[in-house]
Every structure is written in C-alpha cells, then in structure tokens.
Design a protein around this ligand. Sequence first.
Ligand SMILES: NC(=O)C1=CN([C@@H]2O[C@H](COP(=O)(O)OP(=O)(O)OC[C@H]3O[C@@H](n4cnc5c(N)ncnc54)[C@H](OP(=O)(O)O)[C@@H]3O)[C@@H](O)[C@H]2O)C=CC1
Ligand SMILES: O=C(O)C(=O)Cc1ccc(O)cc1
Length: 427
Amino acid sequence: MGRTMEDASIGIIGMGDMGKMYAQRLSAAGWRPENYESLKQEFASQQKVTIFPNGHLVSRISDFILYSVEAGVIDRVVAQYGPSTKVGAIVGGQTSCKAPELAAFEKHLPTDVEIVSCHSLHGPKVNPKGQPLVLIQHRASDESLQFVDRILSSFGSKHVYLTGEMHDRITADTQAVTHAAFLSMGTAWQANKQFPWEISRWVGGIENVKINITLRIYSNKWHVYAGLAILNPAAKQQIRQYAESVTDLYKLMIGGHREELKKRVISAGASVFKEGQEGQDLLLKDEVLDRFSLSNRSREKSPPNSHLSLLAIVDCWSKLGIVPYDHMICSTPLFRLWLGVTEYLFRNPELLDEALDTAIDDNTFRSDDLEFTFAARAWSDCVSFGDFESYRDRFERIASYFAPRFPEASQLGNEMMKTILEKTSKS
Ligand SMILES: NC(=O)C1=CN([C@@H]2O[C@H](COP(=O)(O)OP(=O)(O)OC[C@H]3O[C@@H](n4cnc5c(N)ncnc54)[C@H](OP(=O)(O)O)[C@@H]3O)[C@@H](O)[C@H]2O)C=CC1
Ligand SMILES: O=C(O)C(=O)Cc1ccc(O)cc1
C-alpha cells in the first residue's frame, strides 16, 4: 500500500471539540506533515461557508481519515465525503455509537478503503493519558490496525480492542444509562424547583458527586447525549430497565414493603458486588467527596437519603446480568464516579440499611423520589421514541434552569474529576 508512518497524512472531518482535541494532539506529536497548520486554518476559516470542498479535500489527500461529527449526521456526512476517499486509505470515526457509523461506512465508502474506527472514552477537556481508547478493526488488515494503533499511541490512552457490537453493548451501560440517571436527577430537582446545594439534605459526601456530575452533563452539548442514547440499539432496553427498576423500588417504598424492598435490594447487591471485595479499597472516600461541594453549608454527618437512584442502578444491573466492573474497559470518568458512589453505598452495610429504612419510614424524600421516578420514565420514553428534537427540548429547558451555576460547577467538577480520577485510574 506504500503507506509509512513518516509521510502519513491524517485528516479530520468535523473540527468541533473532539476534532480539535485530536488535531492538536496529533499535530503536537508530529504525525502531521508541515501542511497541517494551513489545513487547520482552512477548516477554521471556511468551516461554515465552504465546508464541502474541505471535506473532499481532506478525504482525497489523507491516509487516515477520522470523522468527528455529530452522531445524528454521520450517514449524511459520510455519504458526502466518503466517495472522495483516497484509494487504499483507512477511515474511522469518533462518534459515541458505532452501529450507525459503521453502517454509514459500509454503505458509502468505496470497497478499496479500509475501516478502523475508534472512540476516546472521555470528554475533550480530560487528559487522554490512561483513559480507555476503543479501536475497532471492522474491515481492515492487521497491518492497518497497527498503523492506526501507532498513530493514536501519542495520546497515551489505554487501547481496547472490540467489535462495534461489543462497544455499543458496553457503552449503553457505561454511558447511556449513566447519563439517564443524572439527567433524571436534574429533571427532578428542576420539577421540585430545587437547587440541591441550597438544601441541607443534599450537602456533603456522595450528594456532591450527584450534583456536580448532573450540572456537568447539563452544561455540555445535548447532541452528544442524545446521539449515544437514541442511536445505540442496546441503550433503549437498558435505559428502560433502569426506569422499571426505579418504578418498582419506589412502589415498594411508598407501599411500606420494608422486607420485600430489603430482600430485593440486598440480593441485587450480592449479584453485583461479589464476595471477596471486602479487603479492596473503595473507589471513593469521604475526605475526597467532601471537598467538592457547591454549598457553603457545613455538615456533621451525611443526612439520611433513600438513594433511590443508586438502589435502582444496582437492581437494573442485576436484572440485566451486568457486572459493572467488567465494563471498566469502556469506562468514562463519569461512569467510574457513578460506580464509585454506588459501591460506596453498597459496601457499607450500615449506610445501605439506613437508606432502606429512610426509604420506608421517612417522608422527606418522597416528593424528590416521585419526581425522580417520573423523570426516569420520561427520559426512557424520550430515548425509545428516538425523537432528537424532543430530547433537545427537554435537555435545554432543564439546562437553562441550572445555567447560572455552570461556571462554578464546571470548575469544581473539573477539580473533583482530576482528584478522583488520579485515584481511580490506578485501579
Ligand atoms: N464531547 C464529548 O465529550 C465526546 C464526543 N464524542 C463524539 O464525537 C463526535 C463529535 O463531538 P463533539 O466534538 O463534542 O461535538 P461538536 O458539536 O463540538 O463537533 C461536531 C463538529 O462536526 C462538524 N460537522 C458537522 N457536519 C459537518 C460536515 N458536513 N462537514 C464538516 N464538519 C461537519 C460541526 O460543524 P458545525 O458546528 O459547523 O456544524 C462540528 O464542528 C460526536 O459524535 C460525539 O458523540 C466522543 C467522545 C467524547
Ligand atoms: O464521561 C462521560 O460520560 C461524558 O459525558 C463525556 C463523554 C461523552 C461522550 C463520549 O462518547 C465519551 C465521553
């Protein structure tokens, strides 16, 4: 094929947050020949006006072309530029869901073009070093996989080799269900007209993580979350199970069915958190969690919370036969925090018992949990209907409620991520 690392040309179609991050890092690593800067300028200045010639130009001259566009437009964009792909080139994509991306490649790329796709499992502001980077050898020789492997090696990420189907099944859990839980928390707070950091029952410990991550998600772009949930064939079923678990547990709580609730939650916990973990460190610890509060209130001890969102994710994993630790290979920073808070509750029998008793005896969280149940079901319906515009509408309405706190929350969230990730990346 005559392709060598030294003169390889890498093209990126879609210079948004992720595309720019890739361009900067690949450029810094020297994978780009000297004409890279001018090509980047061309993207920046002509993106809006003469975007088609740029896409064709990139495809014609590049040995490895990476599509880094919104998942919802991947078919249209590959249909446009795919036929211009250089003979013998390798094509990949950065979209978060691989079924539509790979289908678009198969449909629109010439047969003499190879396909090796990828997915960095972190946002554009996270240092890629040590984070998972999925590589998918979909229609390519081993040499071509190695070629892409070496191009992307400068990120220092942990390379994970999967099929597109495996990728989508795992990320339905690590991404789509995780986001559904936090989106639902935000929806419930907004429905109850709460800013949770102003209310003492939401201050401290794992509540800080819930609040910071929820605000972090709502301060990002809606299309990233909509795309990876709506377009992933495995996500609908998994998000539906999460909503069902929330509903079932909430009914047991308001019905006062203490024993049934405990039995169900404890047996779900046993199937997810296996014996033998007792000696292992928790992913998250109090002193770390307490440092990241949006509130200026202090607290003595975590106020009791029914933790419906956490009880339900464990019930959901158990019902789907998912062992979340197996999904660490495709874990995003948010997923590790989500698993961290869940583990924090389930590996502390006193705290879990307190949550279950609170759920039955204490009315304080009833209306929060009612709105959370509605919200989980509504997000599940929204994803199942597959309507991007109604997803956008819901997302942006709630985002605007929290928007005044975004600058502070994202600064605090970044620090929290950094501190916690330094700890959890070693595990
Ligand atoms: N953000 C994240 O945390 C992560 C995102 N991803 C995935 O990466 C992809 C990109 O996400 P992200 O960078 O955040 O989103 P952005 O919205 O920042 O970037 C998408 C870019 O694609 C461009 N684009 C759309 N159509 C075309 C076209 N026909 N020709 C050239 N460019 C086009 C857009 O340009 P314009 O705005 O001018 O339309 C925009 O700059 C998505 O599929 C997302 O799921 C993966 C990992 C992490
Ligand atoms: O960590 C998360 O879940 C994020 O929200 C950032 C993100 C979004 C999309 C991806 O495909 C990968 C990471």
